[in-house]
Write a protein that binds this ligand. Structure first.
Ligand code: MRU
Length: 328
């Protein structure tokens, strides 16, 4: 099943705000609907957002500059949106002077290609990453970097999927990932579907389990990687990486090359999305704290390259300081 797909003139997407209770699809017919779906996280995860942005450009064909701006402003950290928008604008430039229906066809061809490539890229990431997974390892992952965060298969979960498929008898610790609970809601749902042995933990249990020797490896996704290898991912990833270093546990990032932002030198240049306070003050519909208090909700953090053993890409596993060669 694909997380995002073009079907009869509409974009069919899994509504990730409904999982794990219900597997429901939304059918996106307009640019405005796509932008809203991205903002409220019916679709999320950097590569899936890249694909959503590409289809968003198809839907926004009547004014591509406006479409590009709206999509770029929808979620600022995941660079895959920018990557996809720029790729679509390049195609639009090549089709300059075409009538709108022809241009739309041309753009759709490219968006379909982006979606198709994503699945193949993830499978390559899975194969490359499985090499760092030894038999019987217990692997920690943060957030959801699975099929739901991509068109299909996943990046960090792609590595886990591949290692499991190779009979490595792995076990996964899925961190619940406050405040949006992507680990509890989405990663647990995917791992259960795939029958991959796993245990759900809250984010603050990571240090304890590492100290007890229960975690052998950490693999997470990324939303934007700077030229020097500093990597932004879901809030809490940095803490997990520092703890991993303290306990001598290898920490890997699994991400497609489209997640590398070759325009920025270090992670300090990465814009961190701040999300609504309500995500922190409530769990579901229930308010969990007093009213009238100060709240922060940065959605991502940056793990400096020195904590990262390797970045697993479709082209192989690279030391963070080597990824700049991938620009070529
Ligand atoms: O806020 P989200 O759910 O979009 O954040 C997702 C992540 O942080 C993922 O780890 C990242 O996008 C990589 S997905 C393959």
């Amino acid at each position: 099943m694909k997380t995002i797909e073009w079907k009869k003139g509409k974009v069919r997407m899994v509504d990730q705000t409904k999982l794990p209770a219900k597997l429901e699809f939304i059918y996106v017919k307009s640019l405005a609907q796509m932008v809203s779906a991205i903002k409220i996280m019916q679709i999320r995860g950097a590569p899936a957002l890249g694909s959503a942005a590409a289809f968003g450009m198809v839907l926004g064909v009547s004014n591509l500059d406006v479409a590009a701006k709206k999509l770029l402003d929808s979620r600022p950290t995941a660079v895959n949106i920018k990557w996809a928008v720029e790729r679509m604008l390049k195609i639009a430039r090549a089709g300059k002077g075409m009538a709108t229906p022809e241009l739309k066809k041309l753009l759709l061809k490219e968006a379909l290609k982006i979606a198709e490539e994503d699945v193949e890229i993830n499978k390559s990431i899975g194969r490359n990453g499985a090499k760092v997974v030894k038999k019987g390892m217990s692997i920690l992952t943060v957030c959801n970097a699975g099929a739901l965060a991509t068109v299909d298969y996943g990046t960090a979960l792609g590595v886990i999927r591949a290692a499991h498929g190779q009979g490595k008898r792995i076990h996964v610790f899925a961190a619940e990932t406050r405040p949006r609970l992507q680990g509890a809601k989405l990663t647990a749902w995917e791992l259960k579907q795939e029958k991959i042995p796993f245990t759900l933990i809250t984010d603050n249990m990571i240090g304890h389990l590492m100290q007890k020797g229960e975690i052998d490896l950490v693999v997470t996704g990324a939303d934007r990687i700077a030229r020097n290898g500093d990597s932004a991912n879901k809030i809490g990833t940095y803490a997990a990486a520092v703890l991993a270093k303290e306990h001598g546990i290898p920490f890997y990032i699994a991400a497609p090359i489209s997640t590398i932002d070759f325009n920025i030198q270090t992670g300090r240049q990465i814009v961190i999305e701040e999300r609504p306070e309500a995500e922190v003050t409530s769990i579901g519909k229930e308010r969990i704290c007093p009213k009238g208090i100060k709240v922060r909700n940065p959605a991502f953090d940056v793990t400096p390259a020195k904590y990262i053993a390797g970045i697993i890409t479709e082209m192989g596993v690279f030391r963070p300081d080597r990824i700049k060669i991938l620009k070529a």
